[in-house]
Design a protein around this ligand. Sequence first.
Ligand SMILES: Nc1nc(=O)c2c([nH]1)NC[C@@H]1CN(c3ccc(C(=O)N[C@@H](CCC(=O)O)C(=O)O)cc3)CN21
Ligand SMILES: CC(C)C(=O)C(=O)O
Ligand SMILES: [Mg+2]
Length: 261
Amino acid sequence: MAITPTQLLDWKRQQRPIVALTAWDTAIASVLDAAGVEIILVGDSLGMVALGYDTTLPVSLDTMIHHTAAVKRGVQRALVVCDLPFLTYQESPAQAMGSAGRILRETGAQAVKLEGGYPRMVETVVRLTEAGIPVMGHVGLTPQSVHQLGYRQQGQDPATAEKIRQQAIALAEAGVFAIVLEHIPGDLAASITEQLPVPTIGIGAGPHCDGQVLVTADLLGLTVKQPPFAPAYMNLRHTITETVHKFSGEVRQRQFPRLNH
Ligand SMILES: Nc1nc(=O)c2c([nH]1)NC[C@@H]1CN(c3ccc(C(=O)N[C@@H](CCC(=O)O)C(=O)O)cc3)CN21
Ligand SMILES: CC(C)C(=O)C(=O)O
Ligand SMILES: [Mg+2]
């Protein structure tokens, strides 16, 4: 049975933590899905990790659709969420409807995610959810605003902390089924999590969110430069390097292929 946004709401009520990870291709998506991850996010961070850009801003809607369709083909159970990329939704609710509509129709993803909160995104979230499109919010460090915010932790002083809280409340009232809280103090995330009726999914937001998300390449130790809040659970760069060295050695010694290959 596929995971639904409604189910995740129940999980919050039952205080059952939600596991979310990113993917951008069929191979990794199918492994994450079989391993029991609840949410697979096709994050626009793929622009940085898979495509080598310095920021997420160059990622296009066509690129997100291309990768999300690949991810969806590898997934049976997890909820597949696609990031709306920079300037494909901020202009107007109508623009957001067009972009989200293409994502759902052309990829089979069940939901979209957008960055930002009150007042700009509220009307957009209302319109999308009224049209039957589940929306995930994202506040705190919003990487599409890197040229205003940098990649620093947000909400350190009481005024910006309060602004982030109000954005989260407004998004929940507008109808998001979950909200990503990125790179904010743990006590702020804990207090927002307690206050909101919808699940919070933290990244660099402490242990008291309803779920956690990481960029899978960070989790696996494949990223060149990890964000400070993203611990590598293994060193995949090292493992791949050793394996390639082993293969290279066998080719150069004419040990590969062996007769049984
Ligand atoms: N691989 C990867 N993982 C991520 O979590 C991620 C991306 N890419 N790309 C999109 C955004 C960018 N993220 C980042 C990137 C860097 C920092 C970071 O280094 N922060 C430092 C220094 C900030 C500064 O002053 O520039 C910090 O101490 O907060 C944080 C979040 C999170 N997101
Ligand atoms: C880090 C997550 C929340 C994200 O937005 C992304 O991967 O693009
Ligand atoms: Mg993103």
